[in-house]
Design a protein around this ligand. Sequence first.
Ligand SMILES: [Zn+2]
Length: 363
Amino acid sequence: MALPITTTTAAVLVEQQQPLVIDEIQLPEVLDAGQVLVEVQHSGVCGSQLGEIAGVKGPDPWLPHLLGHEGGAVVLEVGPGVRHVRPGERVVMHWRKGEGIDAAPARYRWRRSPLEGDRLNSGCVTTFQRHAVVSENRLTRTPDDVPLDVAALFGCPVTTGLGVVENNAMLKPGESVVVWGAGGVGLNIIQGAALVSANPIVAIDLHDNRLQLAARLGATHTVNARGLSPKDTAEHIAELLGAGGADAVIDNTGRPDVIAACYGLTAPRGGRTVLVGVPKHDADTTLHTLPLHFDQTLVGSHGGECVPHRDIPRYLKLVAAGKLDLTPLITHRYRLKDINRALDELRDGTVTGRCMIDLAPNA
Ligand SMILES: [Zn+2]
């Protein structure tokens, strides 16, 4: 069956370290097995898209391609075999795999593409566009009373942040935690740490606006590390924590010198260092690994190991019960045509919490 629409507006990554190009693109003519056509209402912007644009993982073999991995959307059409969502339902768009078919990425076309047949690459989920064809297992239904901008936060920052607390740091009440980097994910880690009554909760960032929000969400101590080396910052934090180090130290920066500082701040007996920020492809860290043979652990997080269909409904109940307030996290809003400004302002720290791209037709 042919799709009800044939084109949409999208932001395309054409070249690394260049602004995105906003243009009309051609949707696939039909949906393949497990694919779903959605109308994207809101998309968050994540540090990992900044990394993709900057090329932190090295040259990008998929250019030109679409971007974005967290959204709130309405289902328009479903392809063969789709059983978990239906037209008219509201959904979270997420990058972690949930239930349903793991479908192939959609085949879009773009008249300015240098690729054969005007091909435009995309992943199993992309959100910087008004309409998207995504894999069923990247969608999780949400109740009608959850605003779709709040729903978009469940695509990455909230689920990653709470997942890090639960599954990677395994924080218990009364344990100490240091969160290095209080951006979109870091703020949610802080909120999650507060939910499980960790104490103290130390937030480190370079921007006072983010630290103020961190304090509002539950950080008991905030440290602005601007002008300080990670080593000096760590010394300051160690003093603050007293002897023994922190039960959990979480890096959201991906910077080798910060990773080393986080590792050094972790309690050698039973402490967990959790790496959430992704390092540059050629950035290495040197660590003294002896404590790992005893009781200290070092772990890399993959989206907080969140299982979307299990965790999102559970977290939504906390929102409904008033125990998890996500509205303060959305601090900046942009229209799709201004997405490059959103990226610049996320990069330079102007954006405090999450920036939301509003994609509804009248936005
Ligand atoms: Zn993300």
